[in-house]
Design a protein around this ligand. Structure first.
Ligand SMILES: CC(C)(COP(=O)(O)OP(=O)(O)OC[C@H]1O[C@@H](n2cnc3c(N)ncnc32)[C@H](O)[C@@H]1OP(=O)(O)O)[C@@H](O)C(=O)NCCC(=O)NCCS
Length: 123
């Protein structure tokens, strides 16, 4: 799942709009591991940031054991921001953890990666 977050000057909080669901299900099994996903995510990221002027970030979520998708996010400049325990139910009713990633427009523009501080819990 991919979502876009837009900073709305007229609102106190940013606005979140779901853009694409399961866009990364495109390569058929035989074509996986050949770079199609990497190119698709790069295209999607560029398309959003160049056509949606107010988009400040793009978010994506995948299942914890989806190694290919997680590598895809990291290779594309996305940073892990969240870990949702039991956040991804499968069709058989089993619960899996879900992992959230995001890329910032300013990082995408500068070719940088803003590292997240995980140890910010108040005492
Ligand atoms: C996830 C998916 C879109 C990746 O597409 P792809 O074309 O295979 O991706 P790429 O070839 O660009 O590879 C991306 C990374 O995944 C890795 N990868 C690919 N297939 C893999 C596999 N079966 N197991 C482990 N890693 C794998 C690649 O080595 C690469 O990692 P690297 O950057 O460290 O070298 C594709 O595997 C897929 O469609 N999966 C099923 C649907 C799905 O999981 N969608 C996402 C829902 S959130």
């Amino acid at each position: 799942m991919i979502a876009v977050s837009r900073a709305d000057p007229a609102a106190r909080a940013g606005r979140l709009s779901i853009l694409v669901a399961s866009v990364m299900t495109m390569p058929v099994a035989a074509d996986r591991g050949r770079g199609i996903g990497t190119r698709a995510l790069a295209w999607l990221t560029e398309h959003v940031f160049t056509t949606a002027a107010g988009a400040s970030r793009i978010e994506g979520t995948t299942r914890q054991d989806n190694v290919a998708m997680r590598r895809l996010f990291r290779r594309g400049g996305y940073v892990k921001e969240s870990h949702y325990r039991d956040g991804w139910p499968d069709p058989d009713g089993n619960l899996h953890d879900a992992i959230g990633y995001a890329i910032l427009r300013r990082d995408w523009l500068a070719g940088t990666t803003t590292v997240l501080r995980w140890d910010d819990e108040p005492a």
